[in-house]
Write a protein that binds this ligand. Structure first.
Ligand code: PDD
Length: 286
């Protein structure tokens, strides 16, 4: 089966999907995006992802390319045409095509691109956990806006791969972890307190982070939003990451040092299982 993408009103074969060379997403990273996980034919946390898209667009004063309801329809349609039962949908909105000039163009039309990807069925169990490394946070000062300007994250992820790790935890100038290159960062202290960095301009408000915080409350876990360092994370009982594609994934090594007993802990295990329970309450589209 050939893959289908959606580009500005048309469903087209993935291999021949094109945007113009003067699309501002291409020239200025003047574009925002979202990734929604799909499991068992369900879009996970679809509305919070669309809410975040709305905020990103508003922050950059980019108009919706099509109405929210139409966008939902297109997302489902792309997943349906590609028969994605488990995987993800990726969509991005750029300010559109215009002659290269830093200021906003007057008449550009926002451009919408949607693709999707198959993955193995996600498991509510954690698996063996992953390793992370630390790296300086090289990104700009508004990473709360989910733009396609991802070079800082790409460099961090590449460094992780070259060091046999799955993710890189980015560290700010004061030595505190901001977030992963494409995930939020969490620890569980020796006292059993859940810790993650508070929202601000220096991290993305992860949709999974929000859902996991709610799930933690239902499990009566104490959550404190404060920054933490790599040294504190290495001494923690547990560490884990959250994102639309990793859900809740335990971190068992940080810069080569085992976290806790070097295997997934109970808190991450429970949060992942409860997260899947919480997000499987929506109706499937397939
Ligand atoms: N990334 N922080 C950053 C920098 C991210 O890029 C992401 C998601 C997250 C987690 O957000 P959420 O829970 O809403 O997925 C945190 C997506 C998955 C990506 O770029 O592929």
């Amino acid at each position: 089966m050939s893959r289908i993408a959606y580009v500005n009103g048309r469903y087209v074969p993935h291999g021949s999907a094109r945007v113009h060379i003067e699309d501002r997403g291409y020239q200025f990273a003047d574009a925002v995006y979202e990734v929604i996980g799909i499991a068992d034919g369900r879009f996970l946390d679809e509305d919070p992802h669309l809410d975040r898209l709305a905020r990103s667009l508003e922050e950059l004063r980019i108009a919706w390319p099509i109405e929210r309801r139409a966008l939902k329809f297109v997302l489902h349609e792309v997943a349906r045409r590609n028969l994605v039962r488990h995987g993800l949908v990726y969509f991005q909105v750029s300010r559109g095509v215009a002659r290269r000039d830093y200021g906003f163009p007057k008449n550009a039309k926002p451009a919408l691109v949607v693709t999707c990807k198959h993955t193995a069925p996600p498991s509510p169990e954690t698996g063996p956990g992953v390793a992370v490394i630390s790296t300086p946070d090289l990104r700009w000062k508004r990473v709360d806006i989910k733009t396609t300007g991802l070079l800082g994250g790409a460099l961090g992820k590449q460094k992780a791969r070259e060091n046999g790790a799955f993710e890189a935890w980015q560290v700010d100038e004061k030595g505190f972890v901001t977030e992963g290159t494409s995930s939020n960062a969490w620890i569980v202290t020796a006292e059993g307190e859940l810790v993650t960095r508070p929202l601000g301009n220096d991290i993305l408000a992860g949709v999974t982070r929000g859902t996991v915080a709610k799930v933690a409350a239902t499990l009566q876990l104490k959550l404190t939003e404060r920054p933490f360092t790599i040294a504190e994370a290495q001494r923690a009982r547990e560490a884990f990451m959250t994102s639309a594609t990793s859900f809740v994934t335990p971190i068992v090594r940080i810069d080569g040092k085992a976290v806790g007993e070097g295997k997934p802990g109970d808190t991450a295990r429970r949060l992942r299982a409860e997260y899947f329970r919480a997000v499987s309450e929506t109706a499937p589209f397939l």
